[in-house]
Design a protein around this ligand. Structure first.
Ligand SMILES: Nc1nc2c(c(=O)[nH]1)N[C@H]1C(S)=C(S)[C@@H](COP(=O)(O)OP(=O)(O)OC[C@H]3O[C@@H](n4cnc5c(=O)[nH]c(N)nc54)[C@H](O)[C@@H]3O)O[C@H]1N2
Ligand SMILES: Nc1nc2c(c(=O)[nH]1)N[C@H]1C(S)=C(S)[C@@H](COP(=O)(O)OP(=O)(O)OC[C@H]3O[C@@H](n4cnc5c(=O)[nH]c(N)nc54)[C@H](O)[C@@H]3O)O[C@H]1N2
Ligand code: SF4
Ligand SMILES: [Mo]
Length: 697
C-alpha cells in the first residue's frame, strides 16, 4: 500500500507498506520509502524508518481509558467506548448548559498534518456548539504573516528551484536535520558551483556542512537580532549602488522611506547588536546583491521571537532590493503551503457558517494556543471542558508548568485522543485511542514541496482506535446533535474539501503536483495583470497596513524584551538566552522520546554551554546545573559545546517529564509572549540563570 508520512515535517515523504494478509487481522510487516516518490525518492529518516515500532508498540493506547488516580498520576482503567462516550456526552452537555458553549475549548495542532486529520477534524463540531475558537499559530503562520506585509502574500520560491541558485543562504533553518530531503538539492547546486551561508545562533548540523575553503560561511548572530543585520545589509546595498533600480521602480513602493530608515544602520552599529563582525555583514550584503541567482532559504527558527513577523517582513525586502525575483532560483524560499493548500476549500471542510451568533451579533471568542497556560488559569469566563487531539501541549507549548496547573484544575473536564499516554494525556479524565497514519485514508498537503500525496490505509485500526474525524462523529452522536454535516464520512469530507481534485486519480497515481509557475519564478515578471496582492499592487518597503495595526511602517529593529539586548533588569537576573530547538535526528517534536529505539539512543536532555560560560558558572561537563527563571527551574546535565557562543544556552526540546530528573521539560522555562503580529509565540526569547547543583539529584 502506498502512503505518505503525516508528520509536521517539510518533507512529507512517500512510503510503501507491505502487508501480510495471511493472518485474520492483516499485519504491516515492512514500511519503506517509496522509491518513485518525486521528492523523497525512497528515503525516509531515522525517526520514521522504525515507524512500525510505533504502530505495534506495546505502550500504544488501544482502548478508551478512564482516570482513576489524581490528575497527572497516570492511573487509568480500561472502559468501553459506550461508557466513555456516555460520560463525555453527559459532561459536555452539563458544561454547555451551565456555562455556555464558550466554556468548551478545542485544542489540537499538527500531530498528524494530513488534510482530514488536521483540517477536517472537529471544526464543524466545535463551530456548531459555539465553542471558544483556537488560533493555531505556533508554527509557520507568523512567517507568512510577516512576508505578506511586504509582498501581499506568503508565496515564495519552491525549494528544489534552488538547484539553479549560485548562493544559498540558510537563514535560521537547520536543513540537514529538519528538512533532510532538501539537502540533495543543495548539494547538487554546490556541485554546480553554489556557495552556502548558514546563519544561526547555534553551530548546527547544517552549519557543520559549511566549507570555508569553497567560499561558504557560517554566521552566528545573537538570537533575535537578525533584523539589525538585514537593515545593515540593505544599508550597504543602497550605499554601494547595488540595488536593481529598474525592478525597484517597476515593482515596489516606499523605497525612499526605506533608504532614510537604513541610513543609520551602519554595519558597525549592527555588528554591535548582533555580535557579528562588521566585515562579515559588509561582505554578506555584497555577496547577496552581486551573486545571481541568490536564494534565501528559511523555515521557522527566527519566527519564535517577539520581533518574529518583522524579521520575515524585513527579509522579504531583500530580494526586491536586489531584483533577485527576476532569476530562476532567486528570491526567498519558505513553506510552500501557499501553493499546495490553495487547493483546499477550508470553508467547505470546517463550515464556519455553523457558528452560532449571539442575539447581540457576537461570535464566540478566540484564544491563542500558545497562551494555553493563562487561558486555563486566567480566562474569564473560564474554560470548563477541553478536547485535546493531535498534539501534546505539556511538552510542546511554552510556559508548560502554568499549563500543568491549568490542566490540574478540578473544575475542568478533559478528553485526550492519543496514540500514547503522553504527559498531556495523563491529565485527561477520559483518554481515547487514536489510529496511526497506517490505519486511515487521508491526503497529505506538504509545506516543503509541491507533491500532494494520497495516504491509503494499509491495515485496519488497531484495537479500538479511531481516526480524528471519526472521533467527532462518535462524540456528536453520543450528544445526539442533529446537524447532519457532523456525520459526513471521510470520503464525503475529502470531496467537499477538494472539489477541484479528482480523488480517484490521485489515489491511483499516488500524488499530483500542485500548480506552481512554469518558469519556476514565483514573482518573475509581475505586471498589471498579476500585481503583488498588496494594496498598492507592489512590493511595499513602507506599509500603510502595518501602521494601521500599530506597527512601524518601515522595517525596524526592536530588541525583544526578554533577550540579551532587552530589558536590563531581566538580563541582570537572568544573564543567558536559552534556545530550545529541534535537536535529535530520531525525534519529531514530542513524538518519539518515549520509544525504546528512539529516546534512549538519543541519550537524554542536557543544557549546552560554551566552555567559557561553564567556567564562569563553575560547572563541568556532566555536572548537573539548575536552569531557572520566573516561570520554572529545571535541573539538567551540562554539556560543554562549541556549538553555542557566550551568553547563549540550549536545551533540546521534545523530551517528556519522565526523561527529566525533576519532571520539568524544556518548555517549562520558555516564554509565552506573542510575536509582534501573526499570532506566533516568542519561545526563543527566554532568559535564564544557570547555577551549579551541589548535590547529585
Ligand atoms: N529531526 C527533526 N526534524 C524536524 C522536527 C523535529 O522535531 N526533529 N520538527 C519539524 C517541525 S514541526 C518544523 S516546524 C521544522 C522546523 O524546521 P527549522 O525551522 O529548520 O527548525 P527549528 O529548529 O525550529 O529552527 C531552525 C533554527 O533556527 C535557529 N534560530 C533560533 N532563533 C534564531 C534567530 O533569532 N536567528 C536565526 N538566524 N536563527 C535562529 C535555531 O537555532 C535553529 O537551529 O522541522 C521539522 N523537522
Ligand atoms: N521549546 C520549543 N517548543 C516547540 C518547538 C521548538 O522548537 N521548541 N517547536 C514548535 C513547533 S514548530 C511545533 S509544530 C509544535 C508541535 O507540537 P505538537 O503538535 O504538540 O507536537 P507533535 O509531537 O508533533 O505531536 C503531538 C502528538 O500528536 C499525536 N498524534 C500523531 N498522529 C495523531 C493522530 O492521527 N491523531 C491524534 N489524535 N494524535 C496524533 C502524537 O502521538 C503526539 O503525541 O511544537 C512547538 N513547540
Ligand atoms: S518525519 Fe519527515 S523526513 Fe521523516 S519520513 Fe516523515 S516526512 Fe520524511
Ligand atoms: Mo513546526
Amino acid at each position: 500500500m502506498h502512503g505518505a508520512c503525516h508528520h509536521d515535517c517539510p518533507d512529507s515523504c512517500g512510503w510503501t507498506v507491505t502487508v501480510d494478509h495471511s493472518t485474520p487481522a492483516p499485519v504491516a510487516v515492512k514500511l519503506r520509502g517509496n522509491p518513485n516518490h518525486p521528492f523523497s525518492r525512497g528515503e525516509l529518516c531515522p525517526k520514521v524508518n522504525r515507524f512500525l515500532d510505533r504502530v505495534y508498540s506495546p505502550d500504544r493506547i488501544l482502548h478508551p481509558l478512564r482516570r482513576t488516580g489524581p490528575k497527572g498520576s497516570g492511573d487509568f482503567e480500561p472502559i468501553s467506548w459506550t461508557e466513555a462516550l456516555t460520560e463525555i456526552a453527559l459532561r459536555l452537555h452539563e458544561v454547555i448548559d451551565t456555562h455556555g458553549g464558550e466554556a468548551l475549548l478545542p485544542y489540537s495542532d499538527a500531530g498528524n498534518q494530513s488534510l482530514l486529520s488536521m483540517f477536517g477534524a472537529g471544526n464543524r463540531f466545535f463551530n456548531h456548539l459555539g465553542a471558544t475558537q483556537l488560533e493555531r499559530a505556533i508554527c509557520g503562520v507568523t512567517v507568512g504573516a510577516g512576508t505578506a506585509m511586504t509582498n501581499g502574500s506568503g508565496a515564495s520560491l519552491e525549494a528544489t528551484e534552488m538547484i539553479h541558485s549560485r548562493l544559498i543562504v540558510l537563514w535560521g533553518t537547520n536543513t540537514r536535520l529538519t528538512n533532510r530531503h532538501l539537502w540533495p538539492t543543495i548539494e547538487t547546486a554546490r556541485t554546480n558551483g553554489a556557495r552556502i551561508v548558514v546563519i544561526d545562533p547555534i553551530r548546527t548540523l547544517t552549519a557543520e556542512a559549511v566549507n570555508a575553503d569553497r567560499g561558504d560561511r557560517f554566521i552566528q548572530p545573537l538570537p533575535g537580532t537578525d533584523i539589525a543585520m538585514l537593515l545593515a545589509m540593505m544599508h550597504v546595498i543602497i550605499r554601494d549602488g547595488l540595488t536593481d533600480d529598474e525592478w525597484i521602480i517597476a515593482h515596489t513602493t516606499g523605497f525612499d522611506e526605506l533608504c532614510d530608515a537604513v541610513m543609520e544602520w551602519t554595519p558597525e552599529r549592527a555588528a554591535q547588536v548582533c555580535g557579528v563582525d562588521t566585515q562579515i555583514i559588509e561582505s554578506l550584503a555584497i555577496d547577496v546583491a552581486t551573486t545571481r541567482p541568490t536564494a534565501v532559504r528559511t523555515l521557522i527558527g527566527p519566527e519564535h521571537h517577539e520581533n518574529g513577523a518583522m524579521f520575515f517582513r524585513t527579509l522579504a525586502c531583500l530580494p526586491a532590493l536586489t531584483g533577485a525575483w527576476r532569476d530562476r532560483g532567486g528570491g526567498y524560499s519558505r513553506s510552500v503551503g501557499f501553493w499546495t493548500e490553495r487547493q483546499i476549500d477550508h470553508d467547505a471542510l470546517s463550515r464556519p457558517d455553523l457558528i452560532p451568533t449571539s442575539p447581540s451579533g457576537e461570535q464566540p471568542r478566540t484564544v491563542n494556543m500558545s497562551r494555553l497556560g493563562s487561558v486555563l488559569t486566567d480566562l474569564d469566563p473560564a474554560i470548563h471542558a477541553m478536547i485535546i487531539w493531535n498534539c501534546n501541549p505539556l511538552v510542546t507549548v511554552p510556559n508548560a508548568e502554568l499549563i500543568r496547573r491549568g490542566l490540574a484544575r478540578d473544575d475542568i473536564f478533559i478528553v485526550v485522543h492519543e496514540q500514547f499516554l503522553t504527559d498531556t494525556a495523563r491529565y485527561a479524565d477520559i483518554v481515547l485511542p487514536a489510529t496511526t497514519q497506517l490505519e486511515a485514508d487521508d491526503v497529505v498537503f506538504p509545506w516543503g514541496h509541491l507533491w500532494v500525496t494520497y495516504n491509503a490505509a494499509a491495515i485496519a485500526p488497531q484495537g479500538e482506535a479511531c481516526n480524528n474525524t471519526e472521533l467527532f462523529r462518535r462524540i456528536a452522536a453520543a450528544m445526539q446533535l442533529n446537524e447532519a454535516s457532523l456525520y459526513d464520512d471521510d470520503q464525503t469530507l475529502m470531496r467537499d474539501a477538494l472539489s477541484t481534485i479528482d480523488l480517484k486519480e490521485l489515489r491511483r497515481e499516488g500524488w499530483l503536483q500542485a500548480p506552481y509557475p512554469d518558469d519556476g519564478r514565483p514573482f518573475g515578471d509581475p505586471d498589471d495583470a498579476t500585481p503583488f496582492p498588496t494594496d498598492s499592487g507592489k512590493v511595499e518597503f513602507a506599509s500603510d497596513q502595518l501602521e494601521m495595526i500599530g506597527q512601524p511602517r518601515i522595517p525596524t529593529f526592536v530588541a525583544p524584551r526578554e533577550s540579551l539586548g532587552g530589558d536590563c533588569a531581566l538580563t541582570s537576573r537572568f544573564p543567558f538566552q536559552l534556545l530550545t530547538p529541534k535537536h535529535h535526528s530520531r525525534f519529531l517534536n514530542s513524538g518519539y522520546a518515549q520509544l525504546p529505539k528512539h529516546g534512549p539512543t538519543e541519550g537524554g536532555p542536557f543544557v549546552e554551554l560554551c566552555a567559557q560560560d561553564a567556567v564562569m558558572i563553575g560547572v563541568a561537563d556532566g555536572d548537573f546545573a539548575c536552569v531557572k527563571n520566573d516561570r520554572a527551574a529545571i535541573e539538567v546535565i551540562v554539556q560543554i559545546s562549541e556549538r553555542v557562543r557566550p551568553g547563549v544556552a540550549a536545551i533540546p526540546f521534545g523530551w517528556w517529564s519522565d526523561h527529566h530528573s525533576d519532571g520539568r521539560v524544556a518548555n517549562a522555562l520558555t516564554n509565552d509572549a506573542l510575536t509582534d503580529w501573526g499570532g506566533g509565540v516568542a519561545f526563543s526569547d527566554t532568559l535564564v540563570a544557570i547555577t551549579p547543583v551541589k548535590t547529585t539529584p
